[in-house]
Design a protein around this ligand. Sequence first.
Ligand SMILES: *[C@@H]1O[C@H](CO)[C@@H](O)[C@H](O)[C@H]1NC(C)=O
Ligand SMILES: *[C@@H]1O[C@H](CO)[C@@H](O)[C@H](O)[C@H]1NC(C)=O
Ligand SMILES: *[C@@H]1O[C@H](CO)[C@@H](O)[C@H](O)[C@H]1NC(C)=O
Ligand SMILES: *[C@@H]1O[C@H](CO)[C@@H](O)[C@H](O)[C@H]1NC(C)=O
Ligand SMILES: *[C@@H]1O[C@H](CO)[C@@H](O)[C@H](O)[C@H]1NC(C)=O
Ligand SMILES: *[C@@H]1O[C@H](CO)[C@@H](O)[C@H](O)[C@H]1NC(C)=O
Ligand SMILES: *[C@@H]1O[C@H](CO)[C@@H](O)[C@H](O)[C@H]1NC(C)=O
Ligand SMILES: *[C@@H]1O[C@H](CO)[C@@H](O)[C@H](O)[C@H]1NC(C)=O
Ligand SMILES: *[C@@H]1O[C@H](CO)[C@@H](O)[C@H](O)[C@H]1NC(C)=O
Ligand SMILES: *[C@@H]1O[C@H](CO)[C@@H](O)[C@H](O)[C@H]1NC(C)=O
Ligand SMILES: *[C@@H]1O[C@H](CO)[C@@H](O)[C@H](O)[C@H]1NC(C)=O
Ligand SMILES: *[C@@H]1O[C@H](CO)[C@@H](O)[C@H](O)[C@H]1NC(C)=O
Length: 538
Amino acid sequence: MAAGIRAPEPRVLVCLGALLARWGAAGLEAVVIGEVHENITLHCGNISGPRGLVTWYRNDSEPVFLLSSNSSLLPAEPRFSLANASSLHIEALSLLDEGNYTCREDLNETRWFQVWLQVASGPYEVEVTISSTGTLPNGTLYAAQGSQVDFSCSSSSWPSPMVEWWFRAPDSRSEPFGNNLTVSCFALLLMSTNLQGNYTCSAMNMLSGRHRKVTTELLVYYPPPSAPQCWAEMSPGSFKLQLTCRWDGGYPDPDFLWTEEPGGVVVGSSKLGVEMLNQSQLSDGKKFKCVGSHIVGPESGASCIVQIRSPSLLLSEPMKTCFIGGNVTLTCQVSGAYPSAKILWLRNLTQPETVIQPNSHYLITQNGQSSTLTIHNCSQDLDEGYYVCRAENPVGVREVDIWLSVKEPLNVGGIVGTIVSLLLLGLAIISGLMLYYSPVFCWKVGNTFRGQDMDDVMVLVDSEEEDVEEEEDAAEVEEEEANEREEVPKEIHKHGHIHRVTALVNGNVDQMGNGLQALQDDSSEQQSDIVQEDDRPV
Ligand SMILES: *[C@@H]1O[C@H](CO)[C@@H](O)[C@H](O)[C@H]1NC(C)=O
Ligand SMILES: *[C@@H]1O[C@H](CO)[C@@H](O)[C@H](O)[C@H]1NC(C)=O
Ligand SMILES: *[C@@H]1O[C@H](CO)[C@@H](O)[C@H](O)[C@H]1NC(C)=O
Ligand SMILES: *[C@@H]1O[C@H](CO)[C@@H](O)[C@H](O)[C@H]1NC(C)=O
Ligand SMILES: *[C@@H]1O[C@H](CO)[C@@H](O)[C@H](O)[C@H]1NC(C)=O
Ligand SMILES: *[C@@H]1O[C@H](CO)[C@@H](O)[C@H](O)[C@H]1NC(C)=O
Ligand SMILES: *[C@@H]1O[C@H](CO)[C@@H](O)[C@H](O)[C@H]1NC(C)=O
Ligand SMILES: *[C@@H]1O[C@H](CO)[C@@H](O)[C@H](O)[C@H]1NC(C)=O
Ligand SMILES: *[C@@H]1O[C@H](CO)[C@@H](O)[C@H](O)[C@H]1NC(C)=O
Ligand SMILES: *[C@@H]1O[C@H](CO)[C@@H](O)[C@H](O)[C@H]1NC(C)=O
Ligand SMILES: *[C@@H]1O[C@H](CO)[C@@H](O)[C@H](O)[C@H]1NC(C)=O
Ligand SMILES: *[C@@H]1O[C@H](CO)[C@@H](O)[C@H](O)[C@H]1NC(C)=O
């Protein structure tokens, strides 16, 4: 149809071409910018009022007829139509419509107008690609701290758009990236947490002024810096075992999987890392493994192991003695319990055994996994009997019996006092005799004493002091004897003295024999006494 109309007019158009060229050179053309798919109206000049016959041409390599206000001439394409008697209306613009258009108006005189139509397209399909990242189930992207991340932005646009990247960190304003660079690609070499936020690519068609932007949220993840830690404890309230696994410092929080080792039977998996175990799942020496897995952490995760153990009791003395009115301390030492055992003192006067509650009579102190029960003011009726130390954790229970015998205090103080008096007397007699018969000999002997066995002389003095002290606190000494921890080293100390005294006597003075004999008797008496106590409950 359009070709049929165009065919009879080439001659006219050639003439027009020359005229149009003149107009174009004069620079009187208007510039109109349209966008693809839009409609546009090109005006034939800016004259208002009645118009003459208007004809529109397209002037590319040669003028091509488009449209005339002479209704007997059909438009070259149905997209072209006349608006307001003179304007060219083009529907559904395409990039091919870009070019120079000319209108001729025949009124009194013929006038020419030129319009330069520029067609812009887009930007459409703005696409942001952020590489070396992962995608969360909800579509959000994440990158690992320290990794390299490449950003690129593409769009379809004519002419090429101006691309700008903007970054917005949480709780801050958007800022242009890279100092107002108009680039479509860039890379961040070492991702850091302060680069977490929304990245916006903005593409702008400078011809049409149309711009589109795409915002992509990028999270920067990092695994916890150190190894996970796990432990077992008695859960407060119930008597269950609670396994806890902690692996702090990462973002986001890791996931935890508890398994039995070996075998790998799953105990549970959670975000918390806490699992409760029933007694039936526990046995002495069993191991549990916690594997922490982080989205950007090591592939195989990071793990830690706990081994649960039932308590063992280290008992030093199955029997203790307390003197009436005195104090006694029973000790119970737990070892190997994991988690830590709860230590209870019980009496089995009745069945079931009753738990001893601390009061003015009973003092219970616990230091780590060692517990002591101090009984004040022992009485035979009330306190003699079996005491039970019970250590329990969710893995197991251990009990040990301690027999406490309560007895009358012995008058050891009197015996000691007598011995000391005898010793002093003996010494005095010997010294007196020596001085009387030979002061020189005495000086010599004294010299020998000092030169050879100075220690012995000093020890002898020490022993005296101690004996005097003991004489003073005769009653207390007996009670101290019952106090196991203090008593044992003291006893050894005392025996040491005795041995040294023996050396002195053997070497030099026979006369001291009596006193020494008494001392030795006393010590053996004490020993046999202890043996007797030991035998009693059996
Ligand atoms: C262009 O004009 C036609 C006819 O007047 C109309 O149907 C169409 O909606 C218009 N398109 C736009 C993008 O305005
Ligand atoms: C028409 O265009 C000319 C030159 O561009 C201008 O001087 C004149 O004011 C315009 N007239 C109207 C009615 O717009
Ligand atoms: C219009 O077409 C003619 C003939 O091809 C050409 O010589 C002239 O330069 C064109 N004018 C413009 C403004 O493009
Ligand atoms: C309109 O076009 C027809 C056919 O080309 C022509 O015969 C007629 O004279 C034209 N009318 C005017 C007013 O130019
Ligand atoms: C036609 O002219 C009227 C009045 O001058 C104007 O309001 C209208 O927008 C014009 N139409 C077109 C398609 O240019
Ligand atoms: C339209 O004409 C101008 C000069 O008037 C020229 O610079 C431009 O390139 C022409 N456009 C096309 C598409 O030929
Ligand atoms: C033609 O132009 C003259 C002067 O420029 C004017 O007087 C006359 O009215 C015009 N005729 C028409 C039909 O516009
Ligand atoms: C996607 O999930 C992550 C982690 O759960 C969250 O931080 C982010 O805000 C979510 N994004 C959207 C768009 O919901
Ligand atoms: C990033 O964009 C999402 C929606 O796309 C919005 O929910 C979030 O608050 C934005 N974050 C920042 C830091 O602007
Ligand atoms: C970026 O540069 C463009 C042009 O150079 C300027 O118009 C714009 O305001 C600049 N933007 C910022 C945020 O400086
Ligand atoms: C027994 O212990 C109580 C309280 O600690 C103390 O007051 C008392 O003196 C002690 N008795 C003896 C004989 O050590
Ligand atoms: C207390 O325990 C001991 C040792 O196990 C036992 O011989 C004794 O019969 C128990 N006494 C009672 C009242 O159960």
